[in-house]
Design a protein around this ligand. Structure first.
Ligand code: BYC
Length: 313
C-alpha cells in the first residue's frame, strides 16, 4: 500500500504557484509563520485607525471629514478580514487579541508616532498607505489562499486611501506658505518612520528566508523599500517640497535613488514598546476591548437564543 507524502504535495503546490488552503496539510512552522504575520497585520490595521481617528472631529471640511471617516472604517474592515484569515489557521480571535493586549504580538511601528497636524493625516495616506500598498501588492500573490484573497480586496481600498492622502497633501503643498510648511514638516517627520515599515535590512531579517522559501513574501524588505523611494521621490519633487534626506540622489548604475538608512536603533526601541505613542495606543485598544464586553455578551446571548429556538423547533 502506498503512503501519501504530504510534504511532497505541499512542496509541489508551492513550486506550481498553487495556493495552500486551510484544509491542506502544511508544515507546523509555515502555519506558525502565517499566524504571526497575518495576526500582526490585522493588529496594525486596527491600531492604525487610532492616529487618523484622532482627526475625524477636526477635519478641515465636511468633504475631508466624510472621506477620512470612510478610510478609517475601511481599516477596521481590513482588520476583520485578516483576523478571519488567521482564524482559518486554527488560532482564535481571543488568543490573537490577548497577544496584542499583553504586548506578545507586534503591530506596525509607524502607528507609534503622533499625528500633530492635519498634514500628518495627509502624510499617512500618501506615504504610509503608499508603503503599505507596495508591500501588499506582493502579498496578493502570497501562497496562503485566504491571506491572498483578503489582500486583493484590501489593495483596492488602499489605492483610494493613498489617493486621499496625496490629494490632501497636494492642497497643502500648493496652498498658503503656512500650509506648505505644515506639509514639509509632516514629510520630514514621517519619511524615515515610513521607510521602517518595510522591516529591518535583509541581512538582519530573521523571518525573510522562510518567508521567501514558502512564497509568503515574494520580495524582500530592502527591495520593497528601494521601490518605494524610487516611486515617492518624483512625487515629492512634483509637490515642490524639499527632500527629507540630504543623501537622496539618483544612481544611474542601480537605476534607483541612493538614500540614508533609517535609524535602526530607534526602530528597535519602537517595536519593543518604547516609541513616542506605544503606551497610548495599547491603552486605547485595551480600553476599547473592555468597553465592548457588553456587546460581545449580548451577541453571544442572542446567538444562544437562536440556537435554543432551532433545537426546540
Ligand atoms: N513594525 O524578520 P522580519 C496599514 C518585526 S497597516 C513592527 O523582517 P517579517 C494601515 C517583525 O514582525 C499595514 N514590527 O519580519 C493601517 C519581526 O518580529 P517578530 C501593515 C516589525 O515578518 C491603518 C522582526 O521585526 N502591513 O496599511 O519577515 C492606517 C524582524 O523582522 C516591523 C503589514 O503588516 C515594523 N515595521 O517582515 C494606514 C504587512 N518590521 O514578528 C495604513 C504584512 C519588522 O518575529 N507584514 N518587524 O516578533 C509583512 O509584510 C512583514 O511582516 C513585514 C516584516 C515586512 C512587516
Amino acid at each position: 500500500m502506498s503512503t501519501i507524502n504530504f510534504e511532497e504535495i505541499f512542496e509541489t503546490k508551492l513550486a506550481k504557484n498553487e495556493m495552500i488552503e486551510p484544509k491542506d496539510w502544511m508544515p507546523d512552522n509555515y502555519r506558525k509563520h502565517l499566524i504571526r504575520q497575518i495576526s500582526q497585520h490585522a493588529h496594525s490595521e486596527i491600531v492604525g485607525m487610532l492616529p487618523e481617528g484622532n482627526w475625524i472631529t477636526r477635519a478641515p471640511s465636511l468633504r475631508s471629514k466624510i472621506v477620512l471617516l470612510a478610510k478609517v472604517q475601511d481599516e477596521g474592515g481590513h482588520g476583520l478580514y485578516l483576523y478571519t484569515a488567521a482564524e482559518s489557521l486554527g488560532i482564535s480571535r481571543d488568543e490573537m487579541l490577548d497577544a496584542l493586549h499583553t504586548s506578545k504580538a507586534k503591530y506596525s511601528s509607524i502607528f507609534n508616532y503622533p499625528t500633530l497636524t492635519w498634514a500628518d493625516v495627509a502624510a499617512i495616506g500618501w506615504l504610509v498607505d503608499g508603503a503599505a500598498i507596495m508591500n501588499q501588492v506582493m502579498l496578493q500573490r502570497t501562497s496562503y489562499g485566504p491571506y491572498s484573497r483578503a489582500m486583493i480586496r484590501i489593495c483596492k481600498e488602499e489605492s483610494f486611501h493613498q489617493r486621499q492622502g496625496y490629494e490632501a497633501m497636494t492642497r497643502l503643498a500648493f496652498g498658503t506658505p503656512a500650509q506648505k510648511s505644515m506639509a514639509q514638516d509632516a514629510l520630514n517627520r514621517f519619511w524615515f518612520p515610513t521607510l521602517m515599515m518595510f522591516g529591518p535590512p535583509d541581512k538582519e531579517s530573521p523571518n525573510s528566508d522562510n518567508a521567501v522559501k514558502w512564497r509568503i513574501k515574494r520580495e524582500t524588505n530592502d527591495e520593497l523599500r528601494q521601490r518605494f523611494v524610487n516611486q515617492t521621490v518624483p512625487q515629492i519633487e512634483y509637490l515642490g517640497l524639499n527632500l527629507p534626506d540630504a543623501n537622496i540622489k539618483w544612481n544611474e548604475a542601480k537605476n534607483g535613488y541612493d538614500f540614508s538608512e533609517p535609524n535602526w536603533v530607534e526602530f528597535k526601541n519602537v517595536i519593543n514598546g518604547n516609541g513616542p505613542c506605544n503606551k497610548e495606543r495599547l491603552n486605547a485598544r485595551v480600553n476599547a476591548h473592555k468597553n465592548g464586553e457588553w456587546v460581545r455578551a449580548a451577541a453571544a446571548a442572542y446567538a444562544k437564543k437562536l440556537d435554543d429556538q432551532t433545537l426546540a423547533a
